[in-house]
Design a protein around this ligand. Structure first.
Ligand code: BEZ
Ligand code: FE
Length: 297
């Protein structure tokens, strides 16, 4: 008999014992050619079978879960990944970031990407207003992208995206007809400096539609995220950095629904009365400024 067709147990008694089923499944997946995939699959099978045995999962509960996953898939589209929200709310995203992202002393800490990253966002000129009509108080953000020796890193691609003052993202706002707002790709030059105008982000709840919010409401009840800007910073020679900058004045820094806050990522969004902004623009209403340097490992 070829290895491929080998079974540990006769099919006559295979379904008599949950232990025999687990052993039989493991034996089949031990034949996975790729060593890393084999390691992941064998561990996944052991844990998922162990979980089902521990809680004595019923067929009714299993069917509910399968239908719930089907429903979750319907909420996914470019810019909205419902499964990511489950991963975030269950702490899996931050656990993975924490164990996978190298953090030499002084480098900027990474945090989760969240469900609203859009690949190929529109590119704006450095210094532009990226709000594209988003509602909120004007905010001017600037800083540098540096290496751990304090040297500016040239030619960096920055994705930035954030909420408006309703706590919504463009992808939650009839995105197909309204297009993107408060979202941009910016490219630095040899100075490594970035700066842009947008609007001040606010605290917001996990999307109130979809399936993930139902799970959160039925369990931890923690639905809020503290106000933040998302950044993804990419360039040659460095691992991409995905992170947030959180507003020091947020009421939810200790209550993040998705465990993403790191003290080093909390910054001062400084309030200014109307007048001259740091880039020389004359502001006819009050505004905020943020100054934050990113240090790449
Ligand atoms: C966000 O930061 O955009 C986000 C993260 C997790 C769930 C929902 C939104
Ligand atoms: Fe966010």
């Amino acid at each position: 008999m070829s290895n491929q067709n080998k079974t540990a147990h006769s099919i006559d008694n295979l379904y008599d014992s949950t232990e025999l089923i687990t052993q039989e499944v493991l034996m089949r997946y031990e034949q996975t050619p790729d060593p890393r995939l084999r390691e992941i699959m064998l561990s996944l099978i052991k844990h998922i079978h162990g979980f089902a045995k521990e809680v004595k999962l019923t067929s009714k509960e299993w069917l509910f879960a399968m239908q719930y996953l089907e429903e979750s898939g319907k909420w996914c589209s470019p810019g909205r990944n419902e499964f990511m929200i489950f991963s975030d709310a269950l702490g899996l995203s931050m656990l993975t970031v924490t164990q996978d992202y190298p953090k030499p002393a002084h480098a900027t800490e990474a945090t989760l990407v969240g469900p609203f990253l859009l690949e190929n966002a529109p590119e704006f000129a450095m210094g532009a207003d990226i709000s594209a009509g988003a509602a909120g108080t004007p905010m001017y953000a600037k800083g540098k992208i540096l290496d751990i020796h304090g040297k500016p890193i040239p030619n960096v691609t920055i994705d930035v995206w954030h909420s408006d003052d309703r706590g919504l993202y463009d992808v939650q706002d009839d995105f197909d007809s309204n297009g993107t707002w408060a979202r941009a790709v910016l490219k630095t030059d040899s100075s490594g400096e970035y700066h842009f105008w947008s609007v001040l982000p606010v605290d917001y709840p996990i999307p109130q539609d979809g399936t993930a919010i139902e799970m959160i409401k039925a369990t931890s009840g923690r639905t809020m995220r503290p106000a933040h800007l998302h950044f993804r910073i990419q360039c040659d020679g460095h691992k991409p950095l995905v992170t947030h900058i959180f507003d020091k004045n947020s009421a939810n820094l200790n209550n993040d629904a998705v465990f993403g806050v790191r003290p080093s990522l909390i910054a001062d969004f400084i309030h200014h009365p109307k007048g001259m902004a740091p880039d020389g623009k004359n502001m006819e209403r009050d505004f905020y400024t943020l100054n934050y340097d990113f240090i790449l490992p």
